[in-house]
Design a protein around this ligand. Structure first.
Ligand SMILES: *Cc1c(COP(=O)(O)O)cnc(C)c1O
Length: 363
């Protein structure tokens, strides 16, 4: 019995190896989790209370329309409720975008080595991903991406801003120019997973057009990664398209409740954003102290330049042996870096100790 041609042609591929597996395989009992850009500062206590209070009603399905949450999001974003689709995180939304807009054999483009789920869906739906390397400064190369889109008639261009894994940020003006430079047949999927950490006035201005889909999440600044919930800002037309293929009951009922309560706790969000900036500063200072540099970051993680890819891999593995889990970019030119998530002061201290140890060891 054969599976589909598309599936049979896929390589065995695990885009993410979870820390749980690393612990099992490494015989580690504890891990300082600085590898997945989860919030070290936790969800809003109001979200936790709201979710806890509703646990007894887990026998009910959630509202398939996520109506209340979309109502609140629409008010926050100055749009109508029908311009918002709620899904099980951006990872889910990316699958919908690819399924809706990339034909089998069709081309999508992205920066080489960017957040991997988009590539995973493109392969899974039988599309072809073409990439352009990051600039040496660690930014997605907008000019190269635009040229690629024209050359290959790409149906979707994926761009994360702030970017992962670099952490670099491109101003709304430059994003707008990039968007306008794309062919009329190319849709821009703008992944704003980390937008909450950037200055809001520097983001791309509100813009609702069929060729633009912005994706947001509660996984990062709101600290609800395990709840799996995110949303789009796009046109009602696109939302209606997704309505035809989305998993109607995919979004966890408790996640809707938690997300709504989290949105109302603006003080918690502001605190997380401040703590995150403090963590980035602490890492930058640590890096300076050991003679290294960092990439500029507007996200809840930072890239430390270790010098070359082999050394960066060695540092990452040696940190794991010491119970500190981080990740590193996989493709040049960023593969000379390690990527470390913003941690609480004790987590930062554990990382600093382990890093100094490792650098001494491999000197
Ligand atoms: C973490 C991350 C995501 C995942 O978001 P979910 O809403 O948890 O699926 C998406 N995009 C980028 C760039 C990320 O770093």
């Amino acid at each position: 019995m054969r599976a589909t041609r598309v599936l049979e042609a896929l390589p065995a591929n695990t885009p993410f190896i979870g820390p749980e597996r690393l612990m099992r395989e490494g015989g580690l009992r504890e891990l300082v989790r600085l590898g997945a850009n989860e919030s070290a500062f936790g969800p809003s206590p109001r979200a936790v209370a709201a979710m806890s209070g509703e646990l007894e009603r887990l026998s009910w399905y959630g509202d398939p329309d996520s109506y209340e949450l979309r109502e609140t999001l629409a008010a926050r974003n100055g749009c109508t409720i029908d311009q918002i689709l709620v899904a099980c995180g951006i990872d889910d939304l990316m699958g919908l975008v690819v399924r809706a807009f990339v034909e089998i054999g069709g081309v999508a483009i992205a920066a080489r080595g960017t957040y991997p789920t988009f590539a995973y869906h493109v392969a899974g739906y039988g599309g072809r991903l073409e990439t352009a390397p990051y600039t040496d400064a660690g930014e997605p190369d907008l000019e190269a991406l635009s040229a690629l889109a024209h050359q290959l008639h790409a149906s979707v261009a994926y761009l994360a801003n702030p970017d992962n894994p670099s952490g670099t940020f491109i101003s709304g003006e430059r994003i707008a120019a990039f968007y306008e430079s794309l062919p009329v047949g190319t849709l821009l999927l703008l992944d704003e997973a980390y937008a909450d950490f950037a200055e809001q006035e520097l983001l791309l201005e509100p813009r609702f057009e069929d060729r633009l889909i912005r994706a947001r999440t509660f996984s990062k600044a709101y600290g609800l990664a395990g709840a799996r919930i995110g949303y789009t800002l796009t046109t009602a037309h696109n939302v209606e398209r997704f309505e035809r293929i989305r998993l109607q009951y995919g979004v966890n009922r408790n996640a809707q409740i938690g997300a709504l309560a989290a949105l109302e706790d603006e003080a918690h969000l502001a605190w997380v954003v401040r703590e995150t900036a403090a963590a980035r500063d602490a890492y930058a200072e640590l890096a300076r102290g050991v003679g290294m540099t960092v990439l500029p970051s507007r996200a809840n993680f930072i890239c430390i330049d270790i010098g070359d890819a082999r050394r960066a891999t060695r540092v990452m593995n040696a940190l794991l042996e010491r119970g500190v889990w981080i990740r590193k970019p996989g493709a040049p030119p960023l593969d000379r870096c390690i990527r470390v998530t913003a941690g609480t002061p004790p987590m930062r201290e554990a990382f600093a100790r382990a890093l100094r140890d490792v650098l001494r060891e491999i000197a």
